[in-house]
Unconditional design. Sequence first.
Length: 364
Amino acid sequence: MNMNVLEFEAFDNLNTEIIILNADDFSLVWLNDSAKAANWIEDSTKFNGKNIASLLDEKTSNQVIAILRKAKKDSNSITRRDFVITHKSGLVRTLDLTISHSDKKNLIFIEAVSIDNLNKIIDSTRNFSTQKIAAGFARTLAHEVKNPLSGIKGSAQILKSKYVDDFSKKFLKIIEEETDRLNEIVTKILTPAKKPSFEYFNLHETLQRILALTNAESQNNLVIEREYDPSIPDIYGDKNLFIQALINVTQNAMHACTEFSKKPILGIKTKISYHQPINGKIHSTLAEIEISDNGPGIDPDLKDQIFFPMVSGKENGSGIGLSISQDIIRIHGGAISFERKDNQTIFSILIPISSLNSKDVKSA
């Protein structure tokens, strides 16, 4: 294969790691300076012809080779977010990978973005004046929202005293609880920023509250399937933030299946997971929450950006819900991902059961 490496030199100006492979045997053709600096290979001057599998441990190489084969077969671009790789040297990193196949040049392009580097880039590119404007707008909006909340809660309390049947009380209780939660969120916006308030709380009680709200919004036009693992201990985190993260995911799932399925089904499953890597650290014990729906799935054109701000698959969606959920889950030391399987969209959330307990977290 005759390759002019000069055409690849433009990649040296990128902060992201670029690895170019021969599509026939997955041997290295080119690494940009960022990839060399990231220690993909010990001697960066002697990479030509080496198979990418030889740079990774056995488990990671098997996973990567499978993705490369799929990209080549489908002639498509494949993205894997929060993908954990273990280099041959033992170094463990969490990357966002984008793998593309060029049939014309018979090459495979791998773009790797370190999660740590991505966070630094995001932090460094935030514009202070834009933040100031956004903060001012948020406070103005919060003032406008706060006053009606008292009226909503007061009206609910009056109705609760008039209607004594259990059915009415159930939904009036939801109105009161959610009004209190919204009032707390508004109060936080109007007061100086402070650290999240961490405490131990029961995961399944929290999920029941969220499902009651979701079911009420669907006007009971929703089948909810629960499968809880009773062995999960209390979670340590900011309960209200955690509720907000899960509400964003469950309501997205609810809208997806109620709008497009004749028999909408929302599934909630919890279980214990062991020795899972998040951002380069192995957590010994984690709570895993799976939220599934039988809607049409996420637009393939959006699947690689679904957690980005202002990206939405809904016509009138704001595109901030899942982005906020990801931020909140990361505050709790966790991770969120999704997949399409058996005609279901499944969002998976991993939360270290003792995320702030250093004895439960070790470097991979």
